[in-house]
Design a protein around this ligand. Structure first.
Ligand SMILES: Nc1nc2c(ncn2[C@@H]2O[C@H](COP(=O)(O)OP(=O)(O)OP(=O)(O)O)[C@@H](O)[C@H]2O)c(=O)[nH]1
Ligand SMILES: [Mg+2]
Length: 317
């Protein structure tokens, strides 16, 4: 795509044109020079958005909750972007279809943009594509960027490093509740939600989660933050205001302590790291190894190739 075409897409996207935003995000899915150009144009505008990671056990109601949260955030005057990271498990594809339908209810609203990140066919990897998307949403002026993930696995853990606020969603009867919360990023939630509070066992689950936070088993207490436990029923629309309040309170907490910028920096560092990894892989993939001779000489080749790539890029090495 030529520069002029990209420039005009960027202008239209900045004006809120959803079609243009969608096209830009497609450009950003692959690590190409075009993607780099788009990021270099949008990144100077980024740094104002509040990035919220919503994670938790499968089926806890994350998508339903997010669709209600979108409406609440819109009432508060925010522009909202959602990045839903598709779990690759085919088991969840039915639920995902449901997700999209539920979430798409908001798509006629110009202040809402929803996008799924495909897990397949991403040359740069899931995390790189997702972070590029977040950077773009931020540069395009969205106030709240919500990232839905299942919260386990490296790609998702990486993504959580870019979220200012991590919301962990659980539900009653999810087996051993505390153990379920002690996986990956769920352990370091800033806000815990017990969804499906319309179910009778909800109170017990809330007690469990509160206890786990009090005893320091789970919950992020960075800088003295006290992770709240919010009781919601996404389907009945209960507890949504309280959840939005808690999210805004956490943002204010970070902002008053000058901690928002830190995440922007860590997001960019992570992006550079992922890009470096991608570059190194593509250099190494160019080594041709005839299978029977997969001997130690490939290391020499690898070192030589990387040194050459490094010299070409920097003039040093
Ligand atoms: N009873 C009850 N059911 C709910 C509630 N919230 C969501 N559900 C139902 O739970 C099921 C899963 O909801 P989703 O929103 O798809 O859950 P999810 O956490 O996004 O699921 P995955 O993305 O597949 O991990 C759906 O059938 C919802 O209708 C709630 O508050 N109460
Ligand atoms: Mg979902």
């Amino acid at each position: 795509m030529r520069r002029e075409v990209l420039d005009s897409l960027i202008e239209r996207a900045l004006g809120g044109d959803k079609l243009a935003i969608g096209k830009l995000l497609t450009v950003l899915e692959q690590p190409t020079p075009e993607a780099g150009y788009v990021l270099s144009r949008l990144a100077p505008r980024a740094g104002r958005a509040h990035v919220i990671g919503v994670t938790g056990i499968p089926g806890a109601g994350k998508s339903t909750l997010i669709s209600k949260l979108i409406a609440e955030f819109r009432r508060r005057g925010y522009r909202v972007a959602i990045a839903a990271i598709d779990p690759s498990s085919p088991l969840t594809s039915g639920a995902l279809l449901g997700d999209r339908l539920r979430m798409q209810l908001h798509t006629t609203d110009p202040g809402v943009f929803i996008r799924s990140v495909p897990t397949r066919g991403l040359r740069g990897g899931l995390a790189l594509a997702s972070i590029a998307m977040i950077e773009a949403f931020d540069g395009l002026g969205f106030d709240k960027i919500i990232v839905e993930t299942v919260g386990v696995g490296q790609a998702e853990t990486d993504i959580m490093h870019v979220a200012h606020t991590i919301v962990v969603v659980t539900m009653p009867g999810a087996g051993d509740d505390v153990q379920a919360l002690k996986a990956g990023v769920m352990e370091i939630g800033d806000i815990y939600v017990v969804n499906k509070a319309d179910k009778p066992e909800a109170s017990r689950t809330i007690e469990y989660v509160k206890f786990a936070i009090e005893t320091g088993e789970v919950g992020s207490r960075r800088y003295g933050w006290e992770p709240p436990v919010i009781r919601t029923s996404a389907t009945l629309g209960q507890g949504i205001e309280e959840l939005a309040d808690a999210i805004d309170r956490h943002y204010k907490f970070l902002s008053e302590r000058g901690l928002l910028r830190e995440k922007l920096t860590s997001r960019r560092k992570l992006m550079l790291r992922l890009m470096a990894g991608r570059l190194i892989s593509s250099v190494l993939e160019s080594i041709e190894v005839p299978e029977p001779r997969l001997d130690a000489s490939i290391y020499d080749q690898a070192v030589e190739l990387l040194a050459r790539a490094c010299r070409a890029a920097t003039g040093r090495c």
